[in-house]
Design a protein around this ligand. Structure first.
Ligand code: AMP
Length: 398
């Protein structure tokens, strides 16, 4: 079955066409600057030259049409006709409390995605535009919504309730939801398979460390806690996000700097994290590491704080589960940065974690990086959200 996987942003659309039989990527690409001057589609198919189309994309419907044209193009395409696409899987940010699993889109599902615009103001409207564009371009082809919040829905109340007046939960559904759920579900499942763990009871901690970063704890593949909250701002220090913070900091800076709460939230989302801590060097961990090597103190503090926060969460989640069988590292930093993995694990000697330096000297490959005597299996497991979305889609439409 050929599945088109779509990840829509407000002005971008990423796609992959995946053959679910052998899970190979037939083609992938990106539409940029949708609705803005200078729109561009970049399309890459296995064994073919890159194809770039610079043409106006006033909306997501036009973008989807251009993706279809690229997929069936005589030179750069990979299918003869769009009828070869059996289903479309969409990454959708927020499913509120309604969806704890992926679902085939119908009018009710679209209504819930719309009701969650408040909770995911940047992503949900774009995700819905992507779905409606596919409905228009491929009538009759099922669309599946794969929610980033679904994995977190199995958290118990003690993990997801904030200690604020209960009326805010009742009125506005204010609670912890968690994000990166597709990645956490995929990697925790891979950890169980790859590590030969008990599928029903394995206690797994996944560290998704990229530009956005989060940690999850799961038992038998079911999430029991995760570090992001009502929004992706909570939890770890990230590329540009602050993560956990005393809320009084918001009031204090707003008063001193004459900022609105919205402006302050923009600072916490876009100007904080290692970018802010390093005095504005970069949000890219490679640049921060380079600056640290060159002797920059703020860069060194930013990195140390990042590693320390991850280790604290691992400690907390080990307590939450009363043990841990495996810790998996994934995403940009988790997959590529052996120093990050080693430093984080250096806090975990009390758990009997021992890293094998030779095994840890690896990038982007599935591998156990702990020594045989380690009491906890530590693994590098590349995430693959597109493949996860493809699998969820196939499971629902088959
Ligand atoms: P992601 O959000 O998962 O795509 O991760 C992107 C981030 O991974 C980048 O911002 C980099 O900071 C980080 N990254 C990628 N490669 C490396 C590397 N070799 N060492 C350290 N960080 C890396």
């Amino acid at each position: 079955m050929k599945v088109l996987v779509i990840n829509c942003g407000s002005s971008s659309l990423k796609y992959q066409l995946i053959d679910s039989e052998n899970e190979s990527v037939l083609a992938k690409g990106l539409c940029e600057r949708i609705g803005i001057a200078g729109s561009k589609l970049t399309h890459e198919a296995a064994g073919k030259e890159k194809y770039v189309v610079e043409k106006a994309m006033p909306d997501h419907t036009t973008a989807i049409q251009m993706v279809m044209d690229a997929l069936v193009d005589g030179t750069y395409g990979v299918i003869a006709d769009t009828s070869e696409i059996s289903a479309v899987g969409h990454r959708v940010l927020h499913g509120g409390m309604k969806y704890s699993d992926s679902i085939v889109v119908n009018e009710d599902v679209k209504k819930v995605i719309r009701e969650c615009f408040d909770l995911g103001p940047l992503h949900n409207p774009a995700n819905l535009m992507g779905i409606e564009a596919c409905e228009a371009a491929m009538p009759g082809v099922p669309n599946v919504a794969v929610f980033d919040t679904a994995f977190g829905m199995s958290m118990p109340e003690k993990a997801y309730m904030y200690a604020i007046p209960h009326e805010y939960f009742e009125k506005y559904s204010i609670r912890r939801y968690g994000f990166h759920g597709t990645s956490h579900k995929f990697v925790s499942g891979e950890a169980i398979k790859f590590g030969g763990l008990d599928p029903k009871n394995a206690k797994v901690i996944v560290c998704h460390l990229g530009n956005g970063a989060s940690v999850s704890a799961s038992i038998g593949g079911k999430c029991v806690d995760t570090s992001m909250g009502l929004t992706p701002l909570e939890g770890l220090i990230m590329g540009t996000r602050s993560g956990d913070l005393d809320p009084a900091v918001v009031q204090f800076i707003c008063n001193k700097e004459n900022l609105t709460v919205d402006e302050m939230l923009n600072v916490l989302n876009k100007k904080s994290g290692v970018l802010g801590m390093s005095g504005g060097i970069s949000s890219d961990f490679r640049d921060i590491e380079k600056a640290k090597e060159e002797g920059n103190h703020l860069a060194a503090v930013a990195l140390d704080a990042f590693y320390y926060r991850v280790a604290k969460y691992i400690g907390a989640y080990t307590a939450a589960m009363n043990g841990v069988d495996a810790i998996a590292f994934t995403a940009g930093v988790g997959e590529n940065d052996k120093v990050a993995r080693k430093t984080i694990c250096s806090y975990l000697g009390f758990l009997g974690v021992v890293i094998d330096d030779e095994a840890n000297d690896v990038r982007g490959k599935e591998r156990v990086i702990s020594a045989p005597e380690s009491k906890v299996k530590v693994m590098l497991l590349p995430t693959n959200e597109e493949l996860a979305i493809c699998r969820e889609t196939v499971a629902l439409v088959k």
